[in-house]
Design a binder for this molecule. Structure first.
Ligand code: CA2
Length: 146
C-alpha cells in the first residue's frame, strides 16, 4: 500500500478554537479523522503537526527512507518565509501537494507569495477542510503514479 505523509505547520493545532471565520470550525483532530476516512482502503497515512521548522524539514528529508510516496503539506506561516522547507521539498524526489484552508490570495499581501509553490506539484487554497481532501486525492494519484 502506498504511503502519504500529511504535514500540518505551526499553530494549526489551534484550529477550531480561534478565527473560525477564516479557518473554519473544524479542529485538527476532525480534519485528521476526515483524511483518515478518505484514505482508508487506498493509502496509508502518516500525520505530523509541528510548530518547529526543523522538525518539518527533518520529516521531509527522511520521507524517502520512510517509504513515503507523496506529501500533503499545509506549511501555515512557513509558507511565506521558509527557504528551508522549500529546499527540503526540492531535495527529495517525493511529489508534494501544498494546501491551505483559506484563500491566501484574498488575504494580506504578505500571504500572496508562497515559497513552497514552485517546488510543489500543485496547490489547493481556499476550500477549508475540503482543501485537504482535494489535496489528499491529488496526492493519492501522484503516489500511485496515475
Ligand atoms: O490558510 C491556511 O491554511 C494557512 O496556511 C494558515 C496559516 C497562515 O499563516 C497561512 O497564511 C494560510 C495560519 C495557521 C494558523 O492557524 C490558526 C488556527 C486557529 C487560530 C489561530 C491560528
Amino acid at each position: 500500500m502506498k504511503k502519504i505523509l500529511v504535514i500540518h505547520g505551526p499553530n494549526l493545532n489551534l484550529l477550531g478554537q480561534r478565527e473560525p471565520s477564516i479557518y473554519g470550525a473544524a479542529t485538527l483532530d476532525e480534519i485528521n479523522q476526515k483524511l483518515t476516512k478518505v484514505a482508508q482502503d487506498f493509502v496509508e497515512l502518516v500525520i505530523l503537526q509541528s510548530n518547529h521548522e526543523g522538525d518539518i524539514v527533518d520529516a521531509i528529508g527522511k520521507a524517502p527512507q520512510d517509504g513515503v510516496d507523496a506529501i500533503v503539506i499545509n506549511p501555515a506561516a512557513y509558507t511565506h518565509t521558509s527557504v528551508a522547507i522549500r529546499d527540503a521539498i526540492a531535495a527529495v524526489n517525493v511529489p508534494t501537494v501544498e494546501v491551505h484552508l483559506s484563500n491566501i490570495y484574498k488575504r494580506e499581501d504578505f500571504r500572496h507569495h508562497s515559497m513552497i509553490a514552485s517546488v510543489a506539484v500543485g496547490q489547493v487554497s481556499g476550500f477549508g477542510l475540503q482543501s485537504y481532501v482535494l489535496g489528499l486525492m491529488a496526492a493519492v494519484d501522484l503516489a500511485q503514479g496515475t
